[in-house]
Write a protein that binds this ligand. Sequence first.
Ligand code: DON
Length: 304
Amino acid sequence: MIDFQSILTSINEAVIHEKDKGKIADYIPELAKIDINNFGIHLIDSQQENYAAGNSDEQFSIQSISKVLSLSMVLGLIGEKVWKRVDVEPSGDPFNHLSLLELENGIPRNPLINPGAIVIADILVSQLENPKEEFLAFVQNIANDYTIDYDKEVAKSEKRTGFMNFAAANLLKSYDNLNNDVDVVLDFYFHQCSLSMSCAQLTHIFYMFMNHGKCRRNKAYLTLSQVKRINAIMLTCGFYDEAGEFAFEVGLPGKSGVGGGIVALLPNKFCVATWSPGLNPKGNSKLGMLALEKLTTQTELSIF
Ligand code: DON
């Protein structure tokens, strides 16, 4: 039996003493206010036992981690048709780069880079009557936690400074891969990214990706084949131009966000989330990656 609790406790002790904690994302001004010294880690195993260390119950902005949840909702609504509008190849580029989008005629490389997630947001805006309310309810239901909410200040802050996302949405529109108004789609996208959650809440949602698409109450939100696809996309695209490094160091499918969160999972075994707001130059949490490397090394558990 692996003693997850003592492993998490020792990982927390080790990483909080690291001198170089990375740099907080400041292109969304509201995120720049967060204390860089925060660190939390939470793990739920297949038996739904929970283990935690550090500030694992403090909420933060999940940002790009939300892209996995919007993709999940779209797969449930329109199924495989989604792949006509977005591809499933790693980009090897930073999350906000647009050069490939122009080269590839407005079809984003994958749903986890910003242009891909904006296409997914466009599909939700088309499919749902009240997109923001219904997406939030989808997330709350999976978690069985109705306290989860958007952080409206973060959404507003990104709306003021999200020039690259406005550029991406306009480029998509020019290639006929955006059906709704740029402002409407981005309003939804900025809210989706502003979802506030703790490490514990994140693992309670991402539990379904290690449990064949079924949430903690055993309700199926995704089919086996959909979970296989989403986990594959997380592994190959979840960390942008650092997806190779994350697979190399950690060896799990996962997703990061510029709020400093990372969630990762080992099918049938566990789901883990970390939060440390300092990012490395590729935009992924510096201490989060270090902590997860220690976790898979010390437990000798990874998909490889
Ligand atoms: O669109 C953006 O730039 C942000 N709302 C999300 C980016 C993000 O989290 C990238 N992740 N590492």
